[in-house]
Design a protein around this ligand. Sequence first.
Ligand SMILES: O=C(O)CCC(=O)C(=O)O
Ligand SMILES: [Fe+2]
Length: 346
Amino acid sequence: MEVEKVQNIALKFNNNNNNSSRIIEESSIPKEFIRSENEQPAITTVHGTELEVPTIDLSEADEDQLVDLISKASEEWGLFQVVNHGIPTQVIQDLQKAGRDFFELPQEEKEVYSKPPPGYKGSEGYSNKLGKDIDTVRPWVDHLFHNIWPPSAINFHFWPKNPPSYRKANEEYAKYLIGVTEKLMRCWSKGLGLEEHKIKEGGGGDEMVYLAKINYYPPCPRPELALGVPAHTDLSLLTILVPNDVAGLQVCRDGLWYNVRYIPNALIIHIGDQLEVLSNGKYKAVLHRTTVNKERTRMSWPVFIEPPPHHEVGPVPELITEKNLAKYKTKKFADYKYCKLNKLPQ
Ligand SMILES: O=C(O)CCC(=O)C(=O)O
Ligand SMILES: [Fe+2]
């Protein structure tokens, strides 16, 4: 069988002059990256159909209409794209260029920002999972995490100094992102029949943490066998993501995986676990994953907007009645995160 044939062929990582990019000499991948058949994109993707997730114009002047659209998309899909969101194209392009320039640096320079050794509890730092031994199937992706808001949560130690434009590009993007986030949270509150500040308050108010990530998915010689990020829902309250123009995001509907269409300049909004909890299950965290590409590097820039660790998250009390009992426990975000990352029951 094809899977077995490729299992014995080693991937060769070569240092290419001063740029230690990986040169893949065989038209194959090591077995650590090969997914079981029930995960392989070639077998599990619905081909020929890109999923038309809702695309919402965030400049819609009729606020009730906007609330309805966002509420419906969050209930039915858990994911939607927004256009006319108010973030200038230049700000997004600068963010993307700074991230791309960082990931194209020699490996040693990226590793300056590596996550601290085992025992480190934070999320921030660079991780080269492509080259790291872990006992599960490896994801075909490298990433960098660091907080971008609020100022008290920022640790510039994890922000690349090279390229020099990195800091300004991220600070600019963060400023605009706050506006988009707050608008979405007001709409979700209203969509739930609550006062407009309730979702923000339930998520930790001005202490909410904006955790930025860059995903870097290099070309993969056998994209039909591997995955970038495997199936998951985000831990966050919401995630706002900018992709590059290489498609790869997939969402699960009725057990089947569909490609999400790339729309230039749109932001992709994911409902995360914490919004599902706050809304007592009305809004659904979306199950998603990413595929990789044979020729091109895919990149994405998600920002996970999360409650601060000590903040207790549970269904908003006003939503709980005798007929609508709480479906989720109220617990500290840090505890929720610990259970999820360690695959413990919530
Ligand atoms: O790259 C993408 O489009 C999605 C990445 C993702 O789901 C994640 O990093 O949590
Ligand atoms: Fe995700």
